[in-house]
Each structure stands twice: as C-alpha cells, then as structure tokens.
Design a protein around this ligand. Sequence first.
Ligand SMILES: *[C@@H]1O[C@H](CO)[C@@H](O)[C@H](O)[C@H]1NC(C)=O
Ligand SMILES: *[C@@H]1O[C@H](CO)[C@@H](O)[C@H](O)[C@H]1NC(C)=O
Ligand SMILES: *[C@@H]1O[C@H](CO)[C@@H](O)[C@H](O)[C@H]1NC(C)=O
Ligand SMILES: *[C@@H]1O[C@H](CO)[C@@H](O)[C@H](O)[C@H]1NC(C)=O
Ligand SMILES: *[C@@H]1O[C@H](CO)[C@@H](O)[C@H](O)[C@H]1NC(C)=O
Length: 761
Amino acid sequence: MALPALGLDPWSLIGLFLFQLLLLLLPTTTTGGGGQEPIPRVRYYAGDGRRVLSLFHQKNLQDFDTLLLSADGATLYVGAREAILALNIQDPGVPRLKNMISWPASDKKKSDCAFKKKSNETQCFNFIRVLVSFNATHLYACGTFAFSPACTFIELQNSYLLPISEDKVVEGKGQSPFDPAHKHTAVLVDGMLYSGTMNNFLGSEPILMRALGSLPVLKTDTFLRWLQSDASFVAAIPSTQAVYFFFEETASEFDFFDKLRTSRVARVCKNDVGGERLLQKKWTTFLKAQLVCAQPGQLPFNVIRHAVLLPGNVSTDLHVYAVFTSQWQIGGTRSSAVCAFSLKDIKRVFEGKYKELNKETSRWTTLGVTDISPRPGSCSVGPSSDKALTFMKNHFLMDEQVVGTPLLVKSGVEYTRLAVETAPGLDGHSHLVMYLGTTTGLLHKAVVSGDGRAHLVEEIQLFPEPEPVRNLQLAPTQGALFVGFSGGVVRVPRANCSVYESCVDCVLARDPHCAWDPESRLCRLLPTSMPTSWGQDMEKGNPQWACASGPMSRSLRPPSRPQIIKEVLAVPNSILELPCPHLSALASYRWTHRTATVPGASSMVYNGSLLLLLREGEGGLYQCLATENGFSYPVVSYWVDSQDPPLALDPELAGIPRERMEASLTRVGGGAALAVQRSYWPHFLTVTVLLALVLSGALIVLLLSRLGALRARGKVQGCGNLPPGEKAPLSRKQHLQLPKEHRTSSGDMDADSNHLGTEVA
Ligand SMILES: *[C@@H]1O[C@H](CO)[C@@H](O)[C@H](O)[C@H]1NC(C)=O
Ligand SMILES: *[C@@H]1O[C@H](CO)[C@@H](O)[C@H](O)[C@H]1NC(C)=O
Ligand SMILES: *[C@@H]1O[C@H](CO)[C@@H](O)[C@H](O)[C@H]1NC(C)=O
Ligand SMILES: *[C@@H]1O[C@H](CO)[C@@H](O)[C@H](O)[C@H]1NC(C)=O
Ligand SMILES: *[C@@H]1O[C@H](CO)[C@@H](O)[C@H](O)[C@H]1NC(C)=O
C-alpha cells in the first residue's frame, strides 16, 4: 500500500519514519508449526501460575531417585540419598512428610569407598536404588551403600516407616548397583526380587538375578557372555509366566559396526529353578532379542532409556511403551522416540529361531530348528534335559527382532523416563496418555490418537534450572504425577482444564482429561460419570462440532463471532499495541482490520502483539484470528476509536459485551512531548540514536564531498599547490577521510581524487 504523503503534517511524517525504522529494528518473529514432528501446544515455564506444581523438599536431603506408591494410593515412599521417606499425598498441594528414616552407609564402608578413590562428596553414600512393597507389613529396600550394595526389610506401621536396625542389613550385590551412576532395575514378583544391574565394583559385570523367596537364587552366567559387559538395565516387567528385562548393550551380532549399541528385551521364566548338573544356580531359560524402534528412512533409536507396561486386561494384548534415544547426535542434539511393543510380538520372537555364534568365524548365524522337546528356554514345567541345557548355554540370542510401533519422534529432547495411563474420553474410547520426562527437566504430556500418532498437549518446565527427571510415578487416585529429581519430589496435577478459557480452546487442546461444560461455561476435568452434554472431540479436535451442541449455542452462530470486544480509545498518529495471547503453538495467527488483512506499511506483528501506527479514519474492528486444525476463531477483538465522537458500531457486532481497555500508546504527534511508555522506551532510544547516527553520517558525507569538491577545484586552479592556510583543517580531518567510498561517491570527483588520496595517505 502506497503511503499517502499528502495531507500529513510534519509530525506524522516523522512518526511514520520512526515507525518504519522501528519495524526494521525489531526481529521478525518466526512462525511455528509445519513439519511432521509434534510440538507442544502450550508451554509452561517454571513458576507459571497456570500450572501450579507443588514441590516437596527437605533440608540436607537430595537425590529423590526412587518412588513407590502404597497399595491404597495415599502414601508415596521415596528413596533419597541415605534416607527413606513416607509422604502423605492424599490432599492436593505439597506432599506432607509422614515420617522419615535415615539409612546411611556405615563409616567403615564410607572410608573404604574413599580409600578406593571414590568421591566422599558425591559417591560414597547410600543411594537408595530398590524400594518395593514386600508384603502388607514390610518394604524391601536396597542401596549402593558406599559402593558396597546392601539390602534390608523395612517394617511399616500404618504406613509409617520403622527405623532400620543395623543387624537387619544384608549384602545386596546383584540387587543394587555399586555405582550410583549405573542403571539398574528391579521388580518384586510372587515374593521374589528380579533385578538387573552391575554386579561388581568396576561396573564391568552385568547381572540379571532372582533373589528372596523360596526358589533358588538364580543368576546369569558371566563366562558364557549372555550379557555384554556394558549391559545397562532400564526396566523389568513381569507377565504371567515370565519376567521381561529391558536393557541396552553393545551389539555383538553386527560385525560391520565398531561399537553399535542396541536395545534388548530378555526373558526369564518365573518357574526356572536352575540346572542340576549343568547351569547350577544359573538361569536355564535366559533368552534375549533385539528391540527395534525406528522410523523408515531414519537412523534407528537404538538406546532404550525406560520402559513401562500399560496395565490392563490380561486377556487382551498388552503393550510395553518405551522411550529411546539415538546413539548419534544430529546437529548437536539428540532425538527421542516412543515405541509401543506388543507382548504378543515379544512372545512370538522368543518362540522363533535362535542365533548361533560360529566359534571359528566369530559370526552369528541363524540356526534352523531344534528338535529338542520341550523347546529349550520355554517356560514349560518339568526339568530340562542336559541336551537342552547345553543348547541353552550357547543359544540365548533370538534371530528375529521385536519391532515396535513409533508413536512419537521428537528431535532436540532426550526423554529419560515415562509413565503411561489410559483416560476415557467423552466418546467412550480410552485414550493413551504418556508423561515423558527429559534430561533438561521438561515434562511432555502426549496423547495418542486413533491413528496411532501422538500429539503433545503441553510441555511443563518442572524446575527453574535444567536438570534431569530421575523418576516418574503416577498416582491415579490423586489425579497427579509425581516427579523425583535431585532436589525433591514435585506433584504435577494431570491437567488444569481451567487454563482453557473458551470452548474452542478446550476442544482444540484435545486433552482427554478436559471437556467443556456448557452449563457453567467452563473447561473442566471430566468426572468418572460422563456428562453427555459436555463438549470434547479427541479424534478431530473440531470445535465447530463439539462447541455447537451445547445449549448455549444451539442457534449455530458462526463460531468466529467474538465473545467480548475490547474498546480502545486512541489519538491519531499514535502507536498502539494490541496484544494477542498465543494460546496455542499449533495455531497460525493473523490480524484483520474490519474484514481485510491489516496493511503492512503502518503495522507490524511483534511477539504476537499488533503494533499499529493509527492514522485518521483507520479505527474500527481489529481482530487477531487463530487458525488451528483447519478452524479459525478470533482470539481477541478490539474496537479502536480514534475520534471524539465515537464511531458507530457495526450492527453485526451488536449484543456482544464490551470492555474498555488501555492500549499502551506512544504518541508521536501533538507537540514536543513524547509520551513514551513501557517497552517502547528502548526501541525509541535506539531509533533516536540510529536517526542521529544516520543524520550525522549524512552530514559528514555532505561536508566531505563539499571539501573534496573545493580541493579538486583548488588543485585544478593552483596546479597542486595548496595555500598553506588550507592544510591545517585538512590534516585535522584526516581520520574522517579514511573511507575512500565517501569521496569517490560524490559526483564531481574524477581520476584526480586517487592522486589526492595517495597524497594525503
Ligand atoms: C489452573 O489455571 C487457572 C487459570 O489459569 C489458575 O488460576 C489456577 O491457579 C491453575 N491451577 C493449578 C492447580 O494449576
Ligand atoms: C572428604 O575427604 C576430605 C579429605 O579426606 C575431607 O577434607 C572432607 O571433609 C571429606 N568430605 C566429606 C563430606 O566427608
Ligand atoms: C512380611 O515379610 C517379613 C519379612 O520376611 C516378615 O517378617 C513378616 O512376617 C511378613 N508379614 C506378613 C504379614 O506376611
Ligand atoms: C477382560 O476383557 C474381556 C473381553 O474383552 C472381558 O470379558 C473380561 O471380563 C475382562 N476382564 C477383566 C478382569 O476386566
Ligand atoms: C511477549 O509477550 C508476552 C506476553 O504477551 C510477554 O510476557 C513477553 O515478555 C513478551 N516478550 C518480549 C520479548 O517482548
């Protein structure tokens, strides 16, 4: 749009000039969206009042690494460094400390630890690693105990912890790692603890072990190299017959890569009692298979970080959900993926072909079939033959891979832990909700829709400083997620539906926990008894449909009609800031004036706000429109009045409530007084300084060209002999002459100027 320069007073011209300069100065805002990757629809920074988190912390306590929910869901047991806590989580808000018992490593172990060159400041402590519910009256706990793992039973009384007596502490090798930095996993099944961890001080001997209970203690065989020396366990998941371990290790079966890490699932049978002559006190059912989490055409996500089973009906197919990162970094950042694995698929792979190591070539080949019956490694009852056990010693790797379904791939984040649950939606379907913690202290709430793709409802920054999420524990009865980290435990409510203030926003959020209640006109947590009149559309997220069915909008008014109009009174030739809150990162935003797009010459969008140089006759309706999911709606609507007698209101907007508001104004017209407010002050200072620089620069150029012309003329006239009086001012101005362009740019200079240049220099 051309600038109608005519009819503008000088102040308006200066104003327009300054405004254009301001537009040049402001950084252009990048538009989000696009691409395949899901981005969080809403981001909450630490301390955001819309997503209130409750932090439990305790003086002199750190490393809240282990979380255990009591059977009744009212108490959260927490294993921290040298202490175990019982927290009452029944009431919303900060968890209350019921009681706490200390369990420090003994002084002897601490001094041994320091003697072995481990740090007495960071390592030689008892980091709690295992905390499981053993029976109705006892917990079972293990810790690193200053690089000398130890375990103990802890008696409970009304879910209060009774102190640990020193004589009850036993050696815990194979159940807890030595080094707090090492990964480990443990699960208690039928009174027996299945653990996967490092079994030695050096951290070079991984073990998968079963302890406690009536059956014999069983271990993996180190000599047979069932596990690579760097195996790192992340999860243990029991099923009816077996326990599955999830871990990663260096792959030995691919000889073309130097050090390729690979993710695995291993299986041991619950009814395994070890061999009688062969494989004594060793697993006779240990099998492992490769887990694959990859998107076609991309590098695989080969490093598993955590896995969980979604509890459910055993008769249907159960799924394990796991987070993976890639061994390789692309552009300095790692990416993560969440994959779903069907337990059926895992079982099928363990019933398939084996791999076999050719001792001569050191290559793994596929072994056809075995005729040994019962099948070696199967969880069939009865003792295995020596033949079967001999077979098991060397056939522990399955030929086929377990291929997962990628649900979410995200670059730039490293997920550390996940928790999953299903949430019933208004449509009667249950939706998978995943909570994903990152290495930098972010929490992503992801919801998987019917097509198997996840969208990110929100991202919450959990801590003021970036640090890893160490553990996640859902407490479904409390409607909250608990996050363990170095400094404490944070309670995160599943959802805060109140942040969605309109039906449109509530529906577009596609959070299965929230739905629009048309009666109270609030976005609310979905109660267990589904109110049919509420609005939600998990599959499509279409407000047109979901927000039109309520009694409030039976008339099917166009949904783009504003809810409220903000009236702004402004003076012509002033700069107006009209904010537009960006409720969703998935939406694209644009501004309209009346019904057309706002002209770019006198406006600019900065940080979502419309900066507008208001000129005469340009008042009226300004709207910020968001388009998300193919649906457009006004986020905010302004009625800008620029005259003393108010503009006649558009009859179409009749009946919409109005609200007076102050838009931050910067008056550039009306005399010398510049009413500069708020954030414009720095911009205007910059503009003024820039203007001053430009003006003085132009002045200098002008001056120099004049001088140059004068000298050139003098040279022609006086054959190169300058009168002595003219030398002084020239030499004083020497530094100004250095940029040659200044002189050559002026029109009346020619070849002589070069000569002049060398003469001066
Ligand atoms: C939920 O959001 C509302 C509106 O932003 C806010 O006032 C309230 O404090 C929030 N509540 C929680 C528990 O985060
Ligand atoms: C660790 O050991 C050093 C020297 O042995 C000692 O000065 C320091 O106080 C010890 N720190 C702790 C936390 O014990
Ligand atoms: C729970 O286990 C502990 C430790 O083995 C045992 O002393 C206690 O009697 C058991 N309690 C019950 C109720 O079985
Ligand atoms: C599991 O699902 C089947 C059919 O889907 C149903 O008949 C059975 O009652 C369910 N069992 C439980 C424990 O929910
Ligand atoms: C962008 O706007 C938001 C509120 O709309 C404000 O909190 C934030 O400070 C602004 N950022 C900049 C860089 O001006």
